[in-house]
Ligand binder design. Sequence first.
Ligand code: DGY
Length: 336
Amino acid sequence: VSHLSNARPKVVICRDLGPAMPLLMERTDIEVVLWPEDRGCDRAWLLKNIKGAAGALVLLPDPINEEVLQAAGPDLRVISTMSVGYEHIDLPLMAQRNIRVGYTPDVLTEAVADLCVMLALMAVMTWPKYAWSPFTFCGPQISTMASSPTRTVGFLGFGRIAQSTLTRLVAFGVTHCIYSGSATSAPNPARDAALQAKHKLAALERVDLNRLASESDVLFVLTPGGKDTYHLVDAAFLQKMKPMSVLVNASRGTVVDSDALATALREKWIWGAGLDVVEGEPKINGDHPLVREPKCVMVPHIASATFETRMAMATRAIENLLGGVFGTEMPAELGD
Ligand code: DGY
């Protein structure tokens, strides 16, 4: 028995996965080592417990780098993150050591797109106190009326979540869409033509950052984080935006310069902002310039926080982990 139990590959789980835990705990072919507390996993605990592990299931706040690989030793085969973002994982290092990496795309797309629309709607109506007068507490309307000008919706990053957000906004009467892809992503005219036809849009165009800033009425920041996108939305970008426009960020706080955004709101360069993410999170307190800014609506990085989506993310992260540990298919493997 002891020989068999020693032969079971060890997996380290950095957070209790609630209703998904039986998928791990009911298995007899792995040894599960679970961070026992209901808060982010301590670094020291991870470094101690990952020794000899075949796999680790991690989250966004767990940087996976040389230090972790050193602590783990040669048996480590897979890192599975319960997130679609993976800027906390040193991918070139993983490739160099032949460690497979799993993540959770697709399953959170619809929940995040829902929240993007909610933040856009809230960002146009950010008045802090109740009062009524015919024109005092008004904001720009997102849905189209016969009398309203054409609204242009802009996306910084035009991946799955951006496209799902666009789908929802078509029902609001949006007919013009512009987007900027990353410097490395190739233009995709066939995809764009198909999307334009499907949504009966008058325009769907890939544009540079100048045009994205100056032409968007509602701008969604939905590009990955990391050094390539750091402060893409800075003071110069915000100064080009329309005074009646709103900015929504549901990707990574690091893409938007918080101080510049606070200035933009205070000095009325733009109308409002809706943020799911903010630089420096989760350590944000009442003194943060954006918390103090009444025309900024903030929620605490909850875009994927529906029961359905979190269960799907946890399940996928576990399946990725097991695929990596046992050398079989991983449902969502990076670099595939
Ligand atoms: C992700 O998955 O990367 C989100 O930011 C957290 O759900």
